[in-house]
Ligand binder design. Structure first.
Ligand code: NAD
Length: 282
């Protein structure tokens, strides 16, 4: 049976390291890194996500600079807040919690975030920097996937990596992170023919889809490292995109859901906030 990857334990190791690095950075520069979380409206899931991020900041010695705007806020007002945060030297990183209410243009608003404060790595400039291998901030969830593989010494150079899903948030950035590590990368999506056969070539298989149990044992090469990014709410509770019980018998390494990739996202957000504080010092 596969070795399970303990994302909670690895995320805690990353968070402890970031806390130590933040303390050293602050001692050296006199600057406390700060994360501005911008929450618009009262979506309960978003409120929980933002509260978790704020708590994690405080635990890591990062200043918690939160703003909560009403659900009916006008676009120009959100623009004004983002411009203020871009200009504020106390603010190292800016996170606009998505989704935003329907009257707001999420793509336009995200694109206004200063690239050196873009801790979610979602602006076109950050995406371009990633594609070109230039220094910059990378999206947290795909960076967390790479970190999990690294902590388990999974070789990426020359490996067959298959990514299922091509979202701007997870799949596409992951393609580039894997390419930078010299993996041979294949991307699958909703129009892919014979998904299982393509996936079964993978030494490293990452599912970021949002379909429960899409990846069965027939889609996994014996001994492969399988990373399940999916988070699906079902009658059986939270499940991933991978048929856990079946794939566990075939894979060499496997992330559980919950407790796999999920906890890594916040850990990498903290790491990005410190990286942003460094970027701003040039
Ligand atoms: P998305 O909906 O934006 O993209 C889904 C992708 O899957 C698309 O590219 C689509 O082409 C592909 N797809 C859809 N159906 C398919 C099928 N039947 N076969 C093959 N490909 C198919 O999703 P996203 O934002 O990338 O999120 C994917 C999953 O990861 C979701 O379950 C989400 O909740 C989860 N997620 C988890 C974290 C985390 O762990 N912190 C972060 C982001 C997303």
């Amino acid at each position: 049976a596969a070795t399970l990857i303990d994302g909670r334990a690895i995320a805690q190791q990353v968070r402890d390291q970031v806390a130590a690095d933040v303390a050293a950075f602050t001692a050296e520069t006199g600057v406390t890194p700060g994360l501005a979380t911008l929450l618009v409206g009262d979506d309960p899931a978003s409120a929980v996500y933002v509260a978790n991020k704020r708590r994690a900041c405080v635990a890591a010695g990062i200043a918690d600079l939160h703003r909560h705007l009403p659900a009916d806020v006008a676009q120009e007002q959100v623009v004004a807040h983002l411009q203020e945060l871009n200009a504020d030297p106390q603010v190292s990183g800016i996170l606009l919690q998505l989704p935003v209410p329907a009257q707001l243009d999420a793509t336009l608003l995200t694109g206004l975030i200063a690239p050196d404060k873009d801790v979610d790595g979602l602006t076109p400039i950050s995406a371009g920097r990633l594609m070109q291998g230039a220094p910059g901030l990378r999206p947290c969830t795909p960076s967390g996937v790479i970190e999990l593989l690294d902590r388990h010494d999974v070789p990426l150079e020359g490996a067959e990596a298959v990514v299922v899903g091509r979202s701007d948030l997870v799949g596409k950035p992951l393609i580039h992170l894997l390419l930078q590590r010299n993996a041979t990368v294949t991307v699958c999506h909703s129009r892919t023919r014979d998904l299982a056969a393509v996936c079964a070539r993978a030494d490293v298989l990452v599912a970021a889809v949002g379909v429960p149990k899409l990846i069965g044992a027939d889609a996994v090469k014996p001994g492969a490292a399988v990373i399940d990014v999916g988070i699906n709410r079902t009658d059986d509770g939270l499940v991933g995109d991978v048929d856990f019980d079946a794939v566990r018998e075939v894979a060499g390494l496997l992330t559980p859901v919950p407790g796999g990739v999920g906890p890594m996202t916040i850990a990498l957000l903290l790491s990005n906030t410190l990286a942003a504080a460094r970027l701003q010092r040039g």
